[in-house]
Design a protein around this ligand. Structure first.
Ligand code: CP
Length: 306
């Protein structure tokens, strides 16, 4: 694996290895002696984080993970404004420049679907896709799958309900494709009709034999769920008419009475108003733990790539 561009490139065996590595990273970070050892591992290497879209979790966990692995970090937030992209430099020219600075890896988030793959073609260093438009967010879905595996100790025969803005949310696209690599999973998509999951993802599910159904209201979707994966409206990618159409998809204590005790509630975050704050106290709510897991998964990826 040279680059991390999408979830299609990962086999279940790769994922098993990655999750073991993430567990090792977790142990090392928790142990002062082992974390010192870790901090010497990649001393002298640097990564570059190039974010053309805002981020809290993805950028900070990559940067924190790189520092814990002993690497330096060169970063720009809002790269569209603070890099020479604002003067019209293409991503290909930017990559050719970065080749001269010998980064061990470059992490890119960009609003344009597919452009991170274009960047990879011009890069000597491994490129990690930290989210490209409404395309893919592979490292998010890797940490999502890791969170599910840590809880259930399996990735097969699960019933997953994905809700919210399935049309513009890249995390649900990537996670659905990852879940299709395991047998016996069933996905229920809950969204407004104009925000439903794209046909290309449904084709991947069909090809793998992963069953799914689509609902436009929560109704009894939670009755036999193992995982509820909720998402916000991607206002930055939405027609204002659809933003106004956000109704009936807020999770609160009343809505969750129909969810089994064994289930977990996930969200890639940030949330806006689609999960009420009262749900945070529910033992099934795992979204902050999920975000924390991102550190270990991204450390494992960086360790492998560099
Ligand atoms: N889930 C996620 O990608 O969060 P950030 O936008 O804060 O990185």
């Amino acid at each position: 694996m040279k680059h991390v561009l999408n979830v299609e490139q990962f086999t279940p065996e790769d994922l098993t290895r990655l999750f073991k590595e993430a567990d090792i990273m977790r142990e090392h970070v928790a142990d002062p002696a082992k974390s010192l050892e870790l901090a010497r591992k990649h001393h002298g290497k640097q990564i570059c984080t190039l974010f053309y879209e805002p981020s809290t979790r993805t950028r900070f966990s990559f940067e924190s993970g790189a520092l814990k692995l002993g690497m330096g970090v060169v970063s720009t937030e809002n790269a569209g404004e603070f890099s020479s992209a604002s003067k019209g430099e293409t991503i290909t020219d930017t990559m050719q420049m970065l080749n001269g600075y010998q980064f061990a890896a470059v992490v890119i988030r960009h609003p344009q679907t597919g452009i991170v793959a274009t960047a990879a073609e011009a890069s000597d260093a491994p490129i990690i896709n930290a989210g490209d438009g409404k395309g893919d967010h592979p490292t998010q879905s890797l940490l999502d799958l890791y969170t599910i595996h840590r809880h259930f100790r399996r990735l097969e025969n699960l019933r997953i309900v994905m809700g919210g803005d399935l049309q513009n949310g890249r995390t649900v696209r990537s996670l659905a494709k990852l879940l299709s690599k395991y047998s016996g999973n069933h996905i229920t998509f809950v969204s407004l009709p104009q925000l439903q999951m794209d046909d290309d993802v449904k084709a991947v599910l069909d090809a793998s034999g992963t069953t799914f159904n689509e609902l436009h209201a929560i109704d009894d979707a939670f009755a036999d769920a193992d995982v509820v994966y909720w998402t916000r409206l991607q206002a930055e990618r939405l027609d204002p008419a659809n933003v106004l159409a956000n109704g009936g998809f807020t999770l609160n204590a009343a809505v969750l009475t129909g969810l089994p005790e064994k289930a977990i509630i996930m969200h890639p975050l940030p949330r806006v108003d689609e999960i009420a704050v009262e749900v945070d106290a529910d033992p099934r709510a795992k979204y902050f733990e999920q975000a924390a897991n991102g550190l270990y998964v991204r450390m494992a990826l960086l360790d492998h790539l560099v």
